[in-house]
Design a protein around this ligand. Structure first.
Ligand code: N01
Length: 487
């Protein structure tokens, strides 16, 4: 049996929840969210590893329309963020509009009717006039292609698929990778494990994390005096926006952060050999700047080794490096990141003339305003190509995209359109300018390769600028940028 809804949303993370809330407010109530997990939360459900917390302040990393005066810390822990998301789902009456354990496998556009046919991996079929992909930029783990990985006889899992049934206490543990996830996991487990081998391929720039508990007094003040909370959010917003100048306008300005990071490592790491190992050679900002106060202290504990020789193989008992050293372990944690620049949608999408989205994106994913793709009418992407941020809260971008999509759907309704399709030249020109701006950024010129880039080195993930510029671009939906099919 096929179920029809006017709008189907894939994913119940921050993007999907925001999309549904705003659509309902705009009286678009015939909608359904299909979520692959058995609970809502998206990346915040997946990433439940020990120590998981936000690295953007919670008063900024929350919806502008649903403030939470009760955040316990500057940087909320994962469980608290999930509770906030659950609260939003209930407060906005979305619970009944979410189908859990419903993973979108394919979405196929039918030109005659202007409908999307959506199939889930569980065999359910849906049709929808509008299809919104909110499947997230960081949802599919990247598993390293290390020879012999399948032969390991111990326990092995990815950081975003943490096996909580496994007791790692008093075990020998290897963590592969030293990115944002690893630097939270390592301090959280170090005192419980017998031995911790940290396999670092490229060191990250790490600056102190200005994290602390928010006092009861401040929480009460934010509760009673909403403008004080709003003022605080406003301050955080501009503090983060200033960083964008360094990322895209003048990478030289990042030198200040470079000094902070260099001082941090000088003060925190006494051993010159270890300090050298942990000091990156690329310009700060080229890869994500990490925030932590306990990562360097954790690495200096007596049960920890930082291994910088490349991994040659994983065998049945552990990890072998190119110098021939063998590290026998009970558990391997793959903190190796996500497939962010490839495989941007998590399902097969076929647009006009049966064209496959993967084929359309063979030279790198691109969209107009990160939201619509020529040849894929009535389809919208939240957190689509080049909407990611290196400097601030993704929720700012999500809210901007969602507002734009609501306007597009309202326009289509008013015109009784069968479909709207972004013009090819509009998309091309937009991306030409965008890539031109990116070419001056630290992400392209800073001397590193990061998950921001695809295999050809093209940056398909980040927005090259201030969030307010993106907000301005998406504030008003311009119907002239689209071809309209009407009956
Ligand atoms: O992943 P990463 P992550 N052999 O890609 C290494 C967000 N996030 O999960 O740098 C050996 O940053 C790889 O080495 P290299 C945030 O946006 C947010 O940590 O490629 N090593 C790197 O060290 C973040 O940027 C929070 O040389 C291998 C690591 O694995 C994004 O998620 C918390 C390897 C991967 O680091 C991803 O972070 C956590 C191999 N074959 C994450 N392959 C918040 O707090 C990869 N590596 C909000």
């Amino acid at each position: 049996m096929t179920t029809h809804r006017e709008i189907i949303i894939a994913g119940a993370g921050f993007a999907g929840i925001c999309m549904a809330i705003r659509l309902r407010e705009a009286h678009c109530t015939d909608l359904l969210i299909l979520e692959r997990n058995s609970a809502i939360g998206g990346t915040w459900y997946d990433n439940s590893y020990p120590g998981a917390a936000c690295d953007v302040e919670s008063h900024l990393y929350s919806f502008s329309f649903a403030p939470n005066p009760a955040w316990s810390r500057q940087f909320g822990p994962q469980q608290e963020i999930l509770r906030y998301m659950d609260h939003c789902v209930d407060a906005y009456g979305l619970r009944d509009s979410i189908r859990l354990q419903s993973e979108v496998a394919s979405a196929t556009f039918e030109e005659r009717t202007g409908l999307w046919h959506i199939a889930t991996t569980g065999g359910q079929d849906y049709t929808a006039r509008f299809f919104v992909s909110c499947s997230g930029g960081l949802s599919d783990p990247s598993y390293p292609a290390i020879p012999g990985i399948d032969t390991f006889s111990g326990h092995i899992f990815h950081s975003a698929r943490w096996d909580h049934s496994y007791d790692y206490r008093d075990k020998r543990v290897a963590v592969i990778g030293t990115g944002a996830s690893a630097i939270q996991i390592i301090p959280a487990i170090v005192d419980r494990v017998r031995k911790l081998e940290v396999f670092q391929r490229t060191p990250a720039w790490v600056i102190p994390k200005p994290d602390k508990a928010i006092s009861s007094f401040r929480k009460a003040m934010y509760e009673r005096l909403g403008f004080m909370r709003a003022l605080y959010r406003w301050r955080l917003y501009w503090q983060h926006e200033l960083m964008a100048i360094g990322f895209v306008v003048n990478p030289g300005l990042l030198r200040l952060f470079g000094k902070v990071a260099a001082r941090h490592i000088r003060r925190a790491v006494q051993d010159p050999v270890l300090r050298k190992k942990l000091t990156p050679s690329y310009v700060i900002g080229c890869k994500r700047i990490l925030l932590s106060n306990d990562y360097y202290p954790a690495l200096q504990k007596s049960n920890v080794s930082v291994v910088t020789d490349g991994i040659s193989e994983i065998n049945s008992t552990g990890v072998r490096t190119v110098d021939g050293a063998q590290y026998d372990v009970d558990l391997i944690v793959l903190a190796t990141g996500f497939q962010a620049a490839e495989n941007i949608t998590r399902f097969v999408a076929k647009g006009l003339g049966g064209r496959d989205l993967t084929e359309a994106w063979q030279h790198g994913a691109e969209a107009y305003l990160g939201t619509t793709v020529n040849g894929f009418p009535n389809m919208f992407l939240v957190v689509g190509p080049n909407t990611g941020l290196g400097h601030s809260s993704m929720l700012l971008m999500i809210e901007a995209q969602v507002g734009y999509i609501v306007q597009a759907i309202q326009q289509a309704r008013q015109r009784s359109a069968i479909y709207l399709n972004v013009k090819k030249d509009v998309q091309q020109e937009y991306n030409r300018k965008l890539q031109d701006e990116l070419s001056h950024s630290v992400w392209q010129s800073g001397g590193c390769h990061s998950w921001y880039q695809n295999k050809d080195g093209k940056n398909v993930t980040l927005w090259p600028g201030f969030t307010f510029t993106f907000m301005k671009r998406t504030k008003h939906f311009d119907p002239d940028q689209y071809d309209w099919a009407t009956s």
